[in-house]
Design a protein around this ligand. Structure first.
Ligand SMILES: [Cu+2]
Length: 459
């Protein structure tokens, strides 16, 4: 465990290291303005009562940001909320000081303050951005949006369709359920599960698609905690070509299952009978979106690459980092260390609202899991010793994992977020080529707030 002061000292030492050579100015800058503010918004649909959401530029989801690989993305961010916030660029192998983790990579952006995020985008793929301070509430209130990086100039007539899914918890009056923020039950069980599914901010939207040819669906799960499962009405197979932005060896799946924060690019043969996309968790068939065929002229399918960003590393001399995940309801955690003191689980739960631990320590933004040298190959060996699924996200890197997320077959894939079954042990293998302090945490946002997180230092 290292304290805040040591953290900041380490950070100031790191910030003088150029993480990646910046592309020359000729590569181009792309500028956006994002303003976070409270907006009274009818999340239940037009004509329904409004709820106090927190949105970027007044939109749910926030505006689609696009960039071309190799460009520098500059975002002038204004915080008009009544609480501090930061923005995390999820999946971007980012400069550490632009990663948006409060008090680890930057100071929080206070109400009324401005902050400019500026970073090169090294990889083409499906990414997203979201608030990273009090994220269990800020993301649940709508602070997120898609970020799409393409190999070539983004086209207006693209055959790329972004489907950003969220799972809201509404009360019986169609308003956002605010009373349950911080619910001990949610934090110790499966997180904040909702009852209102939106795609691109709407319930059952009509999604225009071309009449023929192939389209790419970029599906993003922005839910706090809900694992979503999608099928087409005809049970047509979906060909997965990228996961969490990174190209994979294409494979078919009948059901697309995505944990919170995960993304998948799928290729679909468009035809007028494609029908609907259903969410099928729990055996029900809930219509999530309806495809409407329309003629699209000169539409282009963005370049599709199957080559991974980097190949599976040689692990002969890899550094092993063991992460034993414990806690939660029906778990085996009896006590854990928190703020330097060993505490029984009852005290942690009732007095500190902590339920989860890595290696016997309640985690957060200050729990150091490993200290790596720049260039090390590392194996993050994660043992999910709990009764719950967890969607484990590493900042600043993509890792290789022998994924058991897609049925019986194992797929070796590059991801930034891995959905782990209870009892599973997974090796997340990565090259520590990006210096800084990088968070590793569960993206069920209540689990992270409840102690499931730590930091890996690379210098
Ligand atoms: Cu979790």
């Amino acid at each position: 465990m290292i304290n805040r002061r040591q953290f900041l000292t380490r950070l100031s030492g790191l910030s003088i290291i150029a993480a990646f050579p910046l592309p020359t100015l000729a590569a181009g800058h792309r500028r956006y303005q994002l303003t976070a503010a409270r907006v009274e918004h009818p999340i239940g649909g037009p004509g329904k009562p409004v709820s106090p959401l927190l949105l970027y530029n007044g939109k749910s989801p926030g505006p689609k940001l696009t960039a071309r690989k190799g460009e520098i993305l500059e975002i002038d961010f204004q915080n008009r909320l009544e609480q501090p916030t930061t923005i995390h660029w999820h999946g971007i192998r980012n400069l550490n000081e632009m990663d948006g983790v409060p008090n680890v990579t930057q100071a929080v952006v206070e109400p009324g303050e401005q902050f400019t995020y500026s970073f090169p985008v090294r990889d083409a793929g499906t990414f997203w951005y979201h608030a990273h301070n009090r994220s269990f509430e800020q993301v649940a209130r709508g602070l997120y949006g898609p970020l799409i990086v393409t190999d070539s100039e983004p086209s207006e007539n693209s055959r790329d369709i972004v489907l950003m899914a969220d799972d809201w918890r509404l009360d019986e009056d169609w308003r956002l359920d605010e009373a349950s923020f911080g619910s001990l039950h949610d934090w110790s069980h499966g997180g904040r599960l909702g009852n209102w599914l939106t795609i691109n901010g709407e319930s059952r939207p009509e999604i225009p698609i071309p009449k023929t040819g192939f389209v790419r669906l970029r599906v993003i799960n922005a839910a706090n905690a809900r694992v979503l499962s999608f099928q087409f009405s005809r049970k047509a197979p979906m060909q997965i070509i990228a996961l969490d932005g990174a190209p994979c060896v294409p494979f078919d799946t009948a059901t697309l299952r995505l944990g919170p924060a995960q993304r998948a690019d799928i290729i679909v043969q468009a035809d007028p009978d494609l029908g609907s996309l259903y969410e099928v968790t729990g055996g029900g068939n809930f219509e999530a979106a309806r495809f409407i065929s329309k003629p699209v002229s000169k539409s282009v399918l963005e370049n599709i690459s199957a080559s991974p960003w980097y190949s599976y590393p040689d692990i002969k001399d890899a550094k092993l980092i063991n992460v034993h995940m414990q806690g939660g309801a029906m778990g085996n955690l009896t006590s854990a260390e928190f703020e330097g003191e060993e505490m029984p689980i009852r005290k942690l739960a009732l007095e500190k609202q902590k339920f989860w631990a890595f290696n016997g320590q309640v985690g957060g933004y200050e729990h150091l899991l490993a200290d790596l040298n720049l260039g090390d190959t590392a194996i993050l060996r994660v043992f999910n010793d709990t009764r719950w699924e967890h969607t484990m996200h590493l900042h600043g890197h993509h890792f290789w994992v022998k994924s058991k997320e897609f049925g019986q077959e194992t797929h070796e894939v590059l991801r930034d977020t891995y959905l782990m079954a209870p009892g599973e042990t997974a090796d997340l293998v990565f090259i520590a080529d990006n210096p800084g302090l990088w968070l590793f945490h569960c993206h069920a946002l209540e689990h992270h707030a409840g102690g499931m997180g730590g930091v890996i230092s690379i210098s």
